[in-house]
Design a protein around this ligand. Structure first.
Ligand SMILES: [Zn+2]
Length: 77
């Protein structure tokens, strides 16, 4: 099992203040968001994620991101 590849593609769950839900954001999209300087990220469900302060408690996970992840796992496994 290629650990580096799975680590690179594994998304991070980022809380968005838009809907108080955790969205799945890939490392590529995280890097793109950081590079753009906008402070926002594109989630798997195409939502724009605006992260709150790091002390914010996480909300519930976005059902759309969860569905996309489940679909990807099924198609890539
Ligand atoms: Zn989402």
């Amino acid at each position: 099992m290629p650990a580096t590849a799975s680590a690179a593609t594994r998304p991070m769950w980022v809380v968005s203040i838009v809907d108080d839900a955790e969205h799945a954001v890939t490392r590529d999209d995280l890097a793109a968001g950081i590079a753009s300087g906008s402070g926002t990220y594109r989630a798997l469900c195409q939502a724009t994620v605006i992260p709150p302060s790091m002390t914010e408690p996480p909300g519930s996970r976005c059902p759309y991101c969860t569905a996309v992840l489940r679909l990807r796992r099924r198609t890539t496994a």
